[in-house]
Design a protein around this ligand. Structure first.
Ligand code: WQD
Length: 344
């Protein structure tokens, strides 16, 4: 009997890649997504990749009754991976209440339903945003949590506390908090990838849309920071490597191998790259010239952050293996696929 895993936000960027890896590892996957920032045809593309069609329920995680009905419809769900959340830093500043309601209520509903339906464990999609601007780099899980720079980042911090407090209250569940750095790239088949609604906020989709001609020019938000070339530094991790970390973490939970009931892992490559280095790496690895200009800084940007992934490497036996050149080529292949299939 295959172990059943519920993936909220499973038609989204990281969610869809994680569903593929879960299926490749023999799990039965049920996707719950409200399609507010993704498309239902991601289910078709996942099936094209793995040959297995995941169950899909269009439900909003903030709908407690709707979520309860999903658990009742699919008895025996062993674990949950909770991706569903609003995730645009800038938008969260404009619409804080939307972010607090959506990101907090969705998690609260899931935590409330888990004991009722015998679900053992949850993996929560957290973010390096919780560290703010670390004092020491690379940043470890022991680094202090700093005051969030945005309501989005604050919801990640609050959600981590909600998970900890729920487990500490004696709820019969355990958790792994995965703190992502900057997930980028697309599946090697180019059947799934990052497909933001409207004008992309994140660097890579804007970069590849510029490279293919959808956008006229990429703005580099500042080159006067305290970094070697003046542009901001991030830890860009291949989305498939990130997805694989979720499968390993889920197996750890289901095998009862956790050392604590709540564990935290940085999921990054351990290597920092500046915006300008990334642009040059893209041009070199794809042969595509990029039209970009240096503009003013973006409010709220962290200057430099990259992971110390030692804990995940040692405890999970997981490591981000993919070279940045391959990752950037996968992002470009996805953008070309979107053009060839008339999506963008
Ligand atoms: C990366 C770098 C920008 C766009 C956020 C969240 C994080 C995660 C990923 C959800 C920065 C620069 C960007 C552009 C640019 N969220 N940039 N021109 O802000 O590091 O992380 O998104 O999963 O939790 O905090 O990602 O891709 O927006 O920016 O110069 O057009 O690229 O200034 O230095 P960020 P990003």
């Amino acid at each position: 009997m295959k172990q059943r895993i519920l993936v909220t936000g499973g038609t989204g960027f990281i969610g869809s890649h994680t569903v593929v890896e879960l299926q490749n590892s023999g799990y039965e996957v049920i996707i719950v997504d409200n399609l507010s920032n993704s498309k239902a045809d991601a289910v078709d593309h996942i099936e094209q990749i793995t040959g297995i069609r995941p169950a899909f329920e269009q439900v909003d995680c903030c709908d407690l009754e709707g979520m309860d009905a999903v658990f009742a419809k699919y008895p025996g769900i062993q674990g949950i991976i909770h991706f569903a959340a609003s995730k645009a830093v800038g938008e969260s500043v404009q619409k804080p209440l939307l972010y607090y309601r959506n990101n907090l209520v969705s998690l609260i509903n899931i935590l409330e339903l888990m004991p009722k339906h015998g679900v053992k464990g949850i993996i929560f999609s957290s973010s390096c945003t919780v560290y703010g601007q670390p004092d020491v780099l690379p940043v470890t899980e022991e680094a202090p949590i700093k005051k969030a720079e945005s309501p989005y980042g604050n919801t990640k911090q609050i959600n981590e506390e909600i998970v900890r407090d729920t487990v500490a209250s004696g709820a019969p569940i355990s958790a792994v908090l995965l703190r992502y750095f900057n997930p980028i790239g697309a599946h090697p088949t180019a059947l799934i990838g990052e497909l933001p609604n409207g004008v992309p906020q994140n660097l890579i989709p804007f970069l590849t849309q510029t490279a293919i001609g959808i956008r006229e020019k990429l703005s580099v938000f500042g080159d006067d920071y305290d970094t070697p070339d003046g542009s901001c530094i991030r830890d860009y991790i291949y989305v498939v490597d990130l997805a694989k970390a979720h499968v390993i973490a889920m197996q750890r939970i289901l095998d009862g191998k956790q050392k604590e009931k709540v564990e935290v892992f940085n999921v990054g490559t351990g290597r920092g790259l500046s915006v300008l280095e990334l642009i040059h790496a893209f041009e070199e690895s794809t042969g595509v010239k990029l039209n970009y200009q240096i503009t003013g800084r973006r409010a709220g940007d962290i200057v430099k952050v990259w992971a110390d992934p030692t804990l995940a490497n040692n405890e999970l036996g997981w490591k981000a293996e993919t070279p940045i050149e391959d990752t950037l080529r996968s992002a470009w292949k996805w953008q070309v696929h979107l053009r060839e299939t008339g999506v963008q």
